[in-house]
Ligand binder design. Structure first.
Ligand SMILES: Cc1cc2nc3c(=O)[nH]c(=O)nc-3n(C[C@H](O)[C@H](O)[C@H](O)COP(=O)(O)OP(=O)(O)OC[C@H]3O[C@@H](n4cnc5c(N)ncnc54)[C@H](O)[C@@H]3O)c2cc1C
Length: 401
């Protein structure tokens, strides 16, 4: 079945994670016919449903970057949205804790960025002030970001999907896009249940986005390299020891924020995520290995360069992955009381991290348009926080008449 070619062709969105659904919602609100294709049986089954659940305030990001501007705008939009829909939001605040002199110097730079990004209420704490606020944390200094919040991202995604369908759009779950063809100014996507002619296609396919972009005629680079993020969950007796979100000072060489302690909106509290190379794009368990992904990695110059430049950090993360003792030792540097009896394993997430041909990890959000096809090529954290702002930007740049 081919949908009729007409000026009223719908806009297609590939992927019903937070970004795809936010884009579809924005389109539906401006009365555009919109079709969302999602290969899984329900929304938010990948990154949007397997993350730390944090609404970042925007303290880390390079001022002027897409991450900085879209995170700040995204927080405002998302907090208003959750308030309007009665969705949970807990602004319990976060401490970024420096453990030594070197980290304290890096933390000062983060403080400058937070000020430049207009993050409200950020405050410097010395060791005594840390103890006063969180007696069970050790650190030399900390930044307190009082507006950092936790939210229920799967519930937000379901609510976005409800908005799309309520406004006349369709969210086709269980519908993988299997091929994409450019047809003049239009695009045609194939699914097992039929072919759809679209005026535009926005690919928000997370871990699969580079493959779909290439299928749609875009460049192969940057490639997505999947990094699993593993968590440990605090047992009930240990949950109440810390009230704020507690983060280490991140290594500026990597776009990951380091193993942190995050209370979750359902009352649980998780420690993680680490960042371990996943051998399958949706490889949530260590034993998940895909022959196709292994062969892609073996052929990838970007991956070879990445591995050559980062093998030390890679080995450190793998040690933390195979040994719970090593994982805990890392967390104990700021949570000194943490012992093996305080934790159980928790579900992992897999990050879609874009890597440029020179082997560098793409830090900022990257969105690329070629003809009628726009692809979200890199949308790591804080893209859940920024999802509504990313959608605003994508829709504004679609040049819809
Ligand atoms: C471990 C971890 C922790 C994180 N913590 C945070 C955090 O605390 N705060 C924050 O702001 N961000 C966080 N993030 C980042 C955030 O989760 C992501 O940036 C965000 O969810 C990306 O949304 P998305 O819609 O681009 O991708 P996804 O949620 O991955 O959605 C992509 C969708 O595309 C679908 N799809 C793929 N291929 C096809 C196909 N061929 N046909 C149809 N559908 C297809 C997939 O099934 C999937 O549903 C974290 C990420 C991870 C992995």
């Amino acid at each position: 079945m081919v949908t009729q070619a007409s000026p009223g062709h719908p806009v297609g969105v590939d992927g019903a994670g937070l970004i795809g659904l936010a884009v579809a919602r924005q389109l539906a609100q401006s009365h555009r016919p919109v079709l969302v294709f999602e290969k899984e049986a329900s929304v938010a089954q990948h990154q949007s449903g397997h993350n730390s659940g944090v609404v970042h305030a925007g303290i880390y990001y390079l001022p002027g970057s897409a991450k900085a501007t879209l995170c700040r705008r995204g927080v405002d939009l998302l907090s208003a949205y959750c308030a309007d829909r009665g969705l949970p939001w807990d602004a319990r605040g976060k401490l970024v804790v420096a453990r030594d002199e070197a980290e304290t110097a890096k933390l000062r730079e983060i403080g400058r960025r937070a000020a430049a990004n207009g993050v409200p209420g950020v405050r410097w704490l010395d060791a005594a002030e840390i103890r006063e606020l969180e007696p069970d944390i050790t650190g030399q200094a900390a930044l307190l970001s009082p507006t950092t919040a936790i939210a229920d991202y799967p519930a937000i995604a379901r609510s976005f999907a409800g908005d799309v369908t309520g406004l006349g759009g369709q969210v086709l779950t269980g519908t993988p896009v299997t091929a994409v063809h450019r047809r003049g100014d239009d695009v045609e996507v194939s699914t097992p249940s039929g072919t759809h002619r679209l005026s535009r296609l926005v690919i928000c396919a997370g871990l699969q986005s580079d493959l779909l972009a290439a299928a749609a005629g875009d460049e192969a680079a940057p490639e997505i390299i999947p990094f699993r993020g593993e968590y440990l969950r605090l047992r009930p007796h240990a949950r109440g020891r810390v009230r704020h979100l507690i983060y280490p000072v991140p290594d500026p060489a990597y776009p990951f924020l380091g193993v942190h302690l995050t209370p979750r909106i359902d009352g649980e509290a998780d420690i993680g995520p680490n960042a371990v190379l996943a051998l399958a794009r949706e490889g949530y368990r260590r034993r998940d290995v895909s022959a196709a992904q292994l062969s892609r990695l073996a052929r990838s110059t970007a991956f070879r360069r990445l591995a050559r430049q980062n093998w030390r950090a890679g080995l450190r993360e793998m040690r933390g992955s195979v040994s719970r003792r090593a994982f805990l030792a890392e967390a104990r540097t700021y949570l000194p009381w943490l012992g093996p009896g305080d934790v159980i394993p928790a579900p992992a997430g897999v990050r879609a991290q874009a890597v440029d041909p020179d082997g560098s990890l793409v830090d900022d959000f990257r969105i690329h348009r070629t003809g009628p096809v726009t692809t979200v090529r890199n949308a790591p954290s804080p893209a859940a926080t920024a999802s509504l702002a990313i959608a605003e930007r994508i829709v504004a740049e679609l040049s819809l008449s």
